[in-house]
Ligand binder design. Structure first.
Ligand code: FAD
Length: 394
Protein backbone atom coordinates (compact mmCIF):
# COMPACT_ATOMS: atom_id res chain seq x y z
CA UNK A 1 0.00 0.00 0.00
CA UNK A 2 1.48 3.38 -1.04
CA UNK A 3 2.26 5.63 1.93
CA UNK A 4 -0.12 8.55 1.73
CA UNK A 5 1.48 11.68 0.35
CA UNK A 6 4.83 10.25 -0.81
CA UNK A 7 6.02 12.80 -3.35
CA UNK A 8 8.01 11.90 -6.48
CA UNK A 9 9.84 14.46 -8.62
CA UNK A 10 10.51 13.21 -12.16
CA UNK A 11 13.11 15.03 -14.26
CA UNK A 12 12.48 14.71 -18.01
CA UNK A 13 9.23 14.55 -19.96
CA UNK A 14 10.28 11.99 -22.58
CA UNK A 15 8.71 8.57 -23.01
CA UNK A 16 10.46 7.22 -19.89
CA UNK A 17 9.55 10.09 -17.56
CA UNK A 18 5.96 10.37 -18.76
CA UNK A 19 5.28 6.65 -18.50
CA UNK A 20 6.83 6.57 -15.01
CA UNK A 21 4.52 9.43 -14.00
CA UNK A 22 1.50 7.46 -15.22
CA UNK A 23 2.58 4.30 -13.39
CA UNK A 24 3.36 6.20 -10.17
CA UNK A 25 0.07 8.09 -10.21
CA UNK A 26 -1.78 4.80 -10.76
CA UNK A 27 -0.13 3.64 -7.49
CA UNK A 28 -1.27 6.73 -5.61
CA UNK A 29 1.90 8.87 -5.52
CA UNK A 30 1.97 12.65 -5.84
CA UNK A 31 4.02 13.22 -8.98
CA UNK A 32 5.52 16.28 -10.67
CA UNK A 33 7.38 16.07 -14.00
CA UNK A 34 9.87 18.80 -14.93
CA UNK A 35 10.89 19.06 -18.60
CA UNK A 36 13.54 21.44 -19.90
CA UNK A 37 11.84 22.14 -23.25
CA UNK A 38 9.15 24.77 -23.47
CA UNK A 39 6.74 22.18 -24.90
CA UNK A 40 6.48 18.42 -24.72
CA UNK A 41 7.14 16.81 -28.05
CA UNK A 42 9.13 14.25 -29.98
CA UNK A 43 10.91 13.90 -33.28
CA UNK A 44 8.99 13.02 -36.43
CA UNK A 45 9.82 9.35 -36.38
CA UNK A 46 8.51 6.03 -35.12
CA UNK A 47 9.05 3.87 -32.09
CA UNK A 48 8.29 0.16 -32.09
CA UNK A 49 6.40 -0.93 -28.97
CA UNK A 50 6.93 -4.58 -28.14
CA UNK A 51 4.71 -6.82 -25.98
CA UNK A 52 6.84 -6.39 -22.84
CA UNK A 53 5.94 -2.68 -22.74
CA UNK A 54 2.51 -2.90 -24.36
CA UNK A 55 1.32 -4.96 -21.39
CA UNK A 56 2.53 -2.21 -19.03
CA UNK A 57 0.77 0.48 -21.08
CA UNK A 58 -2.37 -1.63 -20.84
CA UNK A 59 -1.95 -1.86 -17.05
CA UNK A 60 -2.15 1.92 -16.69
CA UNK A 61 -5.25 2.04 -18.90
CA UNK A 62 -3.57 3.10 -22.15
CA UNK A 63 -4.26 -0.08 -24.14
CA UNK A 64 -7.16 1.46 -26.12
CA UNK A 65 -5.12 4.59 -26.99
CA UNK A 66 -2.18 2.47 -28.17
CA UNK A 67 -4.53 0.43 -30.36
CA UNK A 68 -6.16 3.56 -31.74
CA UNK A 69 -3.02 5.58 -32.52
CA UNK A 70 -0.59 2.73 -33.10
CA UNK A 71 -0.38 0.36 -36.03
CA UNK A 72 -0.66 -3.31 -35.07
CA UNK A 73 2.34 -5.10 -36.55
CA UNK A 74 2.34 -8.78 -37.41
CA UNK A 75 1.83 -10.65 -40.64
CA UNK A 76 4.44 -10.48 -43.35
CA UNK A 77 7.18 -9.15 -41.02
CA UNK A 78 10.54 -10.28 -42.34
CA UNK A 79 14.30 -10.04 -42.38
CA UNK A 80 15.60 -9.64 -45.93
CA UNK A 81 18.96 -9.47 -47.65
CA UNK A 82 19.79 -6.03 -49.04
CA UNK A 83 18.44 -7.01 -52.46
CA UNK A 84 15.09 -8.17 -51.07
CA UNK A 85 15.82 -11.92 -50.89
CA UNK A 86 13.96 -13.23 -47.81
CA UNK A 87 16.06 -14.40 -44.83
CA UNK A 88 13.50 -15.30 -42.18
CA UNK A 89 10.06 -14.30 -40.94
CA UNK A 90 9.91 -12.16 -37.78
CA UNK A 91 7.40 -13.31 -35.24
CA UNK A 92 6.30 -10.28 -33.29
CA UNK A 93 2.77 -11.14 -32.29
CA UNK A 94 0.58 -13.34 -30.58
CA UNK A 95 0.70 -17.08 -31.10
CA UNK A 96 2.33 -17.53 -27.68
CA UNK A 97 -0.24 -15.35 -25.93
CA UNK A 98 1.82 -12.18 -26.23
CA UNK A 99 0.14 -8.85 -26.59
CA UNK A 100 0.51 -7.43 -30.06
CA UNK A 101 3.36 -5.15 -31.07
CA UNK A 102 2.63 -1.64 -32.34
CA UNK A 103 4.41 0.90 -34.49
CA UNK A 104 3.77 4.34 -32.97
CA UNK A 105 4.65 7.85 -34.04
CA UNK A 106 6.79 9.15 -31.19
CA UNK A 107 4.79 12.37 -30.94
CA UNK A 108 1.59 10.31 -30.65
CA UNK A 109 3.05 8.25 -27.82
CA UNK A 110 4.19 11.35 -25.92
CA UNK A 111 0.77 12.91 -26.46
CA UNK A 112 -1.02 9.80 -25.17
CA UNK A 113 1.20 9.60 -22.10
CA UNK A 114 0.91 13.32 -21.32
CA UNK A 115 -2.84 13.56 -21.91
CA UNK A 116 -3.46 10.72 -19.46
CA UNK A 117 -1.87 12.74 -16.64
CA UNK A 118 -3.76 15.25 -14.47
CA UNK A 119 -3.22 18.75 -15.88
CA UNK A 120 -0.99 20.06 -13.08
CA UNK A 121 1.63 17.28 -13.25
CA UNK A 122 3.90 18.37 -16.11
CA UNK A 123 5.94 21.59 -15.86
CA UNK A 124 7.75 22.68 -19.03
CA UNK A 125 10.62 25.16 -19.23
CA UNK A 126 12.38 23.67 -16.17
CA UNK A 127 15.99 22.65 -16.85
CA UNK A 128 17.32 20.74 -13.88
CA UNK A 129 20.86 21.60 -12.82
CA UNK A 130 21.31 19.89 -9.48
CA UNK A 131 19.93 17.70 -6.70
CA UNK A 132 20.88 17.81 -3.00
CA UNK A 133 19.67 15.48 -0.29
CA UNK A 134 19.45 16.13 3.42
CA UNK A 135 17.57 14.10 5.97
CA UNK A 136 14.17 13.13 4.69
CA UNK A 137 14.09 15.34 1.62
CA UNK A 138 15.67 15.69 -1.82
CA UNK A 139 15.83 19.17 -3.37
CA UNK A 140 16.09 19.65 -7.12
CA UNK A 141 17.19 22.98 -8.55
CA UNK A 142 16.42 24.42 -11.97
CA UNK A 143 18.08 26.97 -14.26
CA UNK A 144 15.03 29.24 -13.90
CA UNK A 145 15.69 29.53 -10.15
CA UNK A 146 12.90 27.20 -9.06
CA UNK A 147 13.37 24.46 -6.47
CA UNK A 148 11.30 21.26 -6.17
CA UNK A 149 11.29 18.99 -3.13
CA UNK A 150 10.43 15.32 -3.06
CA UNK A 151 10.71 12.10 -1.11
CA UNK A 152 12.05 10.54 -4.31
CA UNK A 153 13.75 12.04 -7.38
CA UNK A 154 13.74 10.13 -10.66
CA UNK A 155 16.21 11.33 -13.29
CA UNK A 156 14.60 10.39 -16.62
CA UNK A 157 16.54 13.04 -18.48
CA UNK A 158 18.12 10.99 -21.24
CA UNK A 159 21.62 10.03 -22.36
CA UNK A 160 23.15 13.37 -21.21
CA UNK A 161 21.43 13.23 -17.81
CA UNK A 162 22.23 16.22 -15.59
CA UNK A 163 21.98 14.08 -12.44
CA UNK A 164 23.78 10.87 -13.44
CA UNK A 165 27.05 12.11 -11.88
CA UNK A 166 25.26 12.28 -8.52
CA UNK A 167 24.88 8.49 -8.42
CA UNK A 168 27.71 6.99 -10.44
CA UNK A 169 31.28 7.84 -11.54
CA UNK A 170 31.54 9.92 -14.74
CA UNK A 171 31.71 8.00 -18.02
CA UNK A 172 31.65 8.86 -21.70
CA UNK A 173 29.02 7.87 -24.24
CA UNK A 174 30.39 5.29 -26.69
CA UNK A 175 30.03 6.03 -30.41
CA UNK A 176 28.87 3.08 -32.53
CA UNK A 177 30.32 4.29 -35.84
CA UNK A 178 26.82 4.55 -37.36
CA UNK A 179 24.14 7.14 -37.87
CA UNK A 180 20.43 6.60 -38.37
CA UNK A 181 18.37 8.57 -40.89
CA UNK A 182 14.75 8.66 -39.78
CA UNK A 183 11.44 9.96 -41.03
CA UNK A 184 7.88 9.12 -42.01
CA UNK A 185 6.13 9.00 -45.38
CA UNK A 186 2.35 9.26 -45.90
CA UNK A 187 1.03 5.82 -46.79
CA UNK A 188 -1.16 7.34 -49.51
CA UNK A 189 2.06 8.00 -51.46
CA UNK A 190 2.96 4.29 -51.26
CA UNK A 191 -0.50 2.68 -51.24
CA UNK A 192 0.74 -0.86 -51.90
CA UNK A 193 3.09 -0.79 -48.86
CA UNK A 194 2.01 -3.18 -46.09
CA UNK A 195 0.38 -1.50 -43.11
CA UNK A 196 0.97 -4.62 -41.00
CA UNK A 197 4.62 -5.54 -41.52
CA UNK A 198 7.94 -4.77 -39.84
CA UNK A 199 10.58 -5.15 -42.55
CA UNK A 200 14.35 -5.13 -42.09
CA UNK A 201 16.85 -5.28 -44.96
CA UNK A 202 20.42 -6.26 -44.04
CA UNK A 203 23.42 -5.20 -46.13
CA UNK A 204 27.16 -4.75 -45.72
CA UNK A 205 27.72 -2.14 -42.98
CA UNK A 206 24.17 -0.82 -43.38
CA UNK A 207 20.61 -1.82 -42.67
CA UNK A 208 17.19 -0.40 -43.41
CA UNK A 209 13.98 -0.73 -41.39
CA UNK A 210 10.35 0.15 -42.00
CA UNK A 211 7.17 -0.26 -40.01
CA UNK A 212 3.76 1.44 -40.09
CA UNK A 213 2.71 4.05 -37.51
CA UNK A 214 -0.40 6.16 -36.79
CA UNK A 215 -2.95 3.46 -37.62
CA UNK A 216 -1.13 2.76 -40.88
CA UNK A 217 -1.42 6.32 -42.21
CA UNK A 218 2.36 6.78 -42.12
CA UNK A 219 5.31 4.54 -42.95
CA UNK A 220 8.27 4.99 -40.63
CA UNK A 221 11.72 4.36 -42.11
CA UNK A 222 15.17 4.19 -40.53
CA UNK A 223 18.35 3.88 -42.60
CA UNK A 224 21.47 2.90 -40.61
CA UNK A 225 24.75 3.80 -42.33
CA UNK A 226 28.42 4.33 -41.38
CA UNK A 227 29.18 7.81 -40.04
CA UNK A 228 31.81 10.37 -40.92
CA UNK A 229 33.50 12.60 -38.32
CA UNK A 230 31.10 15.52 -38.74
CA UNK A 231 28.08 13.26 -38.25
CA UNK A 232 29.65 11.84 -35.10
CA UNK A 233 30.07 15.28 -33.56
CA UNK A 234 26.67 16.68 -34.47
CA UNK A 235 24.59 14.07 -32.50
CA UNK A 236 21.47 14.99 -34.45
CA UNK A 237 21.02 17.22 -37.47
CA UNK A 238 18.96 17.58 -40.63
CA UNK A 239 20.03 15.00 -43.21
CA UNK A 240 20.23 15.28 -46.99
CA UNK A 241 17.59 13.07 -48.69
CA UNK A 242 19.87 12.64 -51.74
CA UNK A 243 22.72 11.37 -49.53
CA UNK A 244 20.26 8.95 -47.93
CA UNK A 245 19.06 7.76 -51.35
CA UNK A 246 22.69 7.34 -52.44
CA UNK A 247 23.45 5.15 -49.40
CA UNK A 248 20.77 2.65 -50.44
CA UNK A 249 21.10 2.88 -54.23
CA UNK A 250 21.09 -0.59 -55.76
CA UNK A 251 19.22 -2.16 -52.80
CA UNK A 252 15.76 -3.72 -53.10
CA UNK A 253 13.75 -1.57 -55.58
CA UNK A 254 11.09 -1.24 -52.86
CA UNK A 255 13.55 0.82 -50.77
CA UNK A 256 14.50 2.98 -53.74
CA UNK A 257 10.84 3.59 -54.45
CA UNK A 258 10.11 4.48 -50.80
CA UNK A 259 13.10 6.82 -50.55
CA UNK A 260 12.09 8.58 -53.77
CA UNK A 261 9.22 10.00 -51.66
CA UNK A 262 11.51 11.50 -48.98
CA UNK A 263 11.69 15.30 -49.11
CA UNK A 264 13.21 15.90 -45.64
CA UNK A 265 15.04 13.62 -43.24
CA UNK A 266 16.92 13.81 -39.94
CA UNK A 267 19.94 11.88 -38.79
CA UNK A 268 21.12 10.71 -35.35
CA UNK A 269 24.61 9.64 -34.41
CA UNK A 270 24.18 6.39 -32.47
CA UNK A 271 25.74 6.30 -29.00
CA UNK A 272 25.32 4.06 -26.00
CA UNK A 273 27.16 3.67 -22.68
CA UNK A 274 28.76 0.78 -20.89
CA UNK A 275 26.33 -0.53 -18.23
CA UNK A 276 26.53 1.69 -15.14
CA UNK A 277 27.71 0.18 -11.84
CA UNK A 278 25.03 1.99 -9.80
CA UNK A 279 21.83 3.86 -10.57
CA UNK A 280 20.77 5.20 -7.17
CA UNK A 281 22.02 7.19 -4.21
CA UNK A 282 19.71 7.82 -1.32
CA UNK A 283 16.45 9.24 -2.67
CA UNK A 284 17.70 9.75 -6.24
CA UNK A 285 17.58 7.15 -9.01
CA UNK A 286 17.97 6.96 -12.78
CA UNK A 287 15.45 5.68 -15.34
CA UNK A 288 15.39 5.09 -19.12
CA UNK A 289 18.26 6.42 -21.25
CA UNK A 290 19.68 8.25 -18.22
CA UNK A 291 20.37 4.80 -16.73
CA UNK A 292 20.99 2.67 -19.81
CA UNK A 293 21.31 4.31 -23.21
CA UNK A 294 21.46 1.51 -25.76
CA UNK A 295 21.84 1.13 -29.49
CA UNK A 296 18.50 0.76 -31.29
CA UNK A 297 19.34 -2.63 -32.84
CA UNK A 298 16.91 -4.52 -30.62
CA UNK A 299 14.36 -1.68 -30.58
CA UNK A 300 14.27 -1.68 -26.79
CA UNK A 301 15.36 1.73 -25.45
CA UNK A 302 11.86 3.12 -25.00
CA UNK A 303 10.40 -0.29 -24.18
CA UNK A 304 12.91 -0.77 -21.38
CA UNK A 305 12.23 2.73 -20.04
CA UNK A 306 8.57 1.70 -19.77
CA UNK A 307 9.54 -1.49 -17.93
CA UNK A 308 11.69 0.67 -15.60
CA UNK A 309 8.77 2.94 -14.78
CA UNK A 310 6.45 0.05 -13.95
CA UNK A 311 9.14 -1.67 -11.85
CA UNK A 312 9.83 1.54 -9.94
CA UNK A 313 6.15 2.26 -9.24
CA UNK A 314 5.52 -1.35 -8.15
CA UNK A 315 8.46 -1.39 -5.74
CA UNK A 316 7.96 2.12 -4.35
CA UNK A 317 4.34 1.25 -3.63
CA UNK A 318 5.67 -0.99 -0.84
CA UNK A 319 7.98 1.68 0.58
CA UNK A 320 7.51 4.44 3.13
CA UNK A 321 9.55 7.58 3.82
CA UNK A 322 12.05 5.58 5.85
CA UNK A 323 12.54 2.81 3.26
CA UNK A 324 12.72 4.87 0.07
CA UNK A 325 16.49 4.40 -0.35
CA UNK A 326 16.21 0.63 0.16
CA UNK A 327 13.35 0.54 -2.35
CA UNK A 328 15.44 2.36 -4.96
CA UNK A 329 18.25 -0.15 -4.45
CA UNK A 330 15.72 -2.96 -4.95
CA UNK A 331 14.57 -1.27 -8.18
CA UNK A 332 18.06 -0.95 -9.59
CA UNK A 333 18.93 -4.46 -8.39
CA UNK A 334 15.97 -5.80 -10.34
CA UNK A 335 16.61 -3.84 -13.50
CA UNK A 336 20.36 -3.50 -13.93
CA UNK A 337 21.26 -6.96 -15.23
CA UNK A 338 18.29 -7.25 -17.60
CA UNK A 339 19.00 -3.93 -19.29
CA UNK A 340 22.78 -4.55 -19.33
CA UNK A 341 22.18 -7.78 -21.24
CA UNK A 342 19.95 -5.89 -23.67
CA UNK A 343 22.59 -3.14 -24.07
CA UNK A 344 25.13 -5.85 -24.97
CA UNK A 345 22.60 -7.70 -27.14
CA UNK A 346 21.85 -4.52 -29.10
CA UNK A 347 25.53 -4.10 -29.95
CA UNK A 348 25.79 -7.75 -31.06
CA UNK A 349 22.61 -7.56 -33.10
CA UNK A 350 23.87 -4.43 -34.84
CA UNK A 351 26.82 -6.48 -36.11
CA UNK A 352 24.41 -9.13 -37.43
CA UNK A 353 22.27 -6.48 -39.08
CA UNK A 354 25.36 -4.94 -40.68
CA UNK A 355 26.46 -8.35 -42.05
CA UNK A 356 29.76 -8.30 -40.11
CA UNK A 357 30.04 -12.11 -40.34
CA UNK A 358 31.69 -12.94 -43.70
CA UNK A 359 29.59 -16.12 -43.88
CA UNK A 360 26.12 -14.71 -44.50
CA UNK A 361 24.65 -18.21 -44.28
CA UNK A 362 25.70 -18.30 -40.61
CA UNK A 363 24.28 -14.84 -40.04
CA UNK A 364 21.01 -15.77 -41.74
CA UNK A 365 20.69 -18.84 -39.51
CA UNK A 366 21.23 -16.58 -36.47
CA UNK A 367 18.46 -14.28 -37.68
CA UNK A 368 16.13 -17.25 -38.15
CA UNK A 369 16.94 -18.37 -34.59
CA UNK A 370 16.34 -14.86 -33.28
CA UNK A 371 12.70 -15.66 -32.55
CA UNK A 372 13.83 -17.40 -29.35
CA UNK A 373 15.74 -14.30 -28.21
CA UNK A 374 12.81 -12.03 -29.01
CA UNK A 375 10.58 -14.32 -27.01
CA UNK A 376 12.79 -13.76 -23.93
CA UNK A 377 12.50 -10.01 -24.44
CA UNK A 378 8.80 -9.94 -25.14
CA UNK A 379 7.50 -12.58 -22.72
CA UNK A 380 8.97 -10.71 -19.79
CA UNK A 381 6.49 -9.20 -17.36
CA UNK A 382 8.29 -6.90 -14.94
CA UNK A 383 5.46 -6.68 -12.42
CA UNK A 384 5.61 -10.09 -10.69
CA UNK A 385 9.38 -9.73 -10.38
CA UNK A 386 9.04 -6.23 -8.98
CA UNK A 387 6.46 -7.43 -6.46
CA UNK A 388 8.85 -10.15 -5.33
CA UNK A 389 11.72 -7.64 -5.10
CA UNK A 390 9.57 -5.38 -2.92
CA UNK A 391 8.71 -8.04 -0.34
CA UNK A 392 9.94 -7.00 3.04
CA UNK A 393 10.02 -3.25 2.32
CA UNK A 394 6.72 -2.42 4.00
C1 FAD B 1 17.37 5.73 -34.46
C2 FAD B 1 16.71 5.32 -33.18
C3 FAD B 1 15.64 4.44 -33.23
C4 FAD B 1 15.05 3.98 -32.04
N1 FAD B 1 14.02 3.11 -32.11
C5 FAD B 1 13.48 2.59 -30.97
C6 FAD B 1 12.40 1.64 -31.02
O1 FAD B 1 11.89 1.28 -32.09
N2 FAD B 1 11.95 1.15 -29.84
C7 FAD B 1 12.46 1.53 -28.64
O2 FAD B 1 12.01 1.01 -27.60
N3 FAD B 1 13.45 2.45 -28.56
C8 FAD B 1 13.97 2.99 -29.69
N4 FAD B 1 14.96 3.92 -29.61
C9 FAD B 1 15.44 4.36 -28.29
C10 FAD B 1 14.50 5.35 -27.63
O3 FAD B 1 14.32 6.45 -28.50
C11 FAD B 1 15.06 5.87 -26.31
O4 FAD B 1 15.59 4.81 -25.56
C12 FAD B 1 13.93 6.54 -25.51
O5 FAD B 1 13.39 7.61 -26.22
C13 FAD B 1 14.49 7.02 -24.17
O6 FAD B 1 13.49 7.73 -23.49
P1 FAD B 1 13.87 8.58 -22.20
O7 FAD B 1 12.59 9.20 -21.76
O8 FAD B 1 14.63 7.74 -21.24
O9 FAD B 1 14.89 9.67 -22.72
P2 FAD B 1 14.66 10.87 -23.73
O10 FAD B 1 13.73 10.49 -24.82
O11 FAD B 1 16.02 11.34 -24.11
O12 FAD B 1 13.93 11.98 -22.87
C14 FAD B 1 14.61 12.74 -21.92
C15 FAD B 1 13.81 14.01 -21.66
O13 FAD B 1 14.44 14.73 -20.62
C16 FAD B 1 14.55 16.09 -21.00
N5 FAD B 1 15.73 16.63 -20.30
C17 FAD B 1 17.03 16.42 -20.59
N6 FAD B 1 17.82 17.07 -19.73
C18 FAD B 1 16.98 17.71 -18.87
C19 FAD B 1 17.21 18.55 -17.76
N7 FAD B 1 18.44 18.86 -17.36
N8 FAD B 1 16.14 19.04 -17.08
C20 FAD B 1 14.86 18.72 -17.49
N9 FAD B 1 14.60 17.94 -18.56
C21 FAD B 1 15.65 17.43 -19.23
C22 FAD B 1 14.70 16.07 -22.51
O14 FAD B 1 14.34 17.30 -23.08
C23 FAD B 1 13.76 14.94 -22.87
O15 FAD B 1 12.43 15.38 -23.05
C24 FAD B 1 15.54 4.44 -30.78
C25 FAD B 1 16.58 5.36 -30.73
C26 FAD B 1 17.17 5.80 -31.92
C27 FAD B 1 18.30 6.79 -31.85
Amino acid sequence: MTEKGLKVVVIGGGIGGLFAANALIARGFQVSVYEQASNLGEVGAGVFLTPNSVRQLQRVGLGPAVEKFGAGVGSGSQYLRHNGAPIAPVQVTDSAGWNAAFGMHRADLVEILATALPTDVVHTGYRCNGCKQSGDVARVTFANGAVAEGDVVVAADGIHSALRHEVTPPSHPVFSGSVAYRGVIPHERMPSWSTKSWLMWLGKGKHFLTFPVRAGQLINYVGFVPADEEMKESWSAPGDPDVLRGEFAGWDPRIESLLSQVSATFRWALYDREPLPTWSRGRLTLLGDAAHPMLPHLGQGANQSIEDGMALATILARANRKTVATALLAYEGLRRERVASIQRGARENGLRYDSANPDLGVRDAQMAAHAAFRRRLYDHDVVPEAEAAALGLG
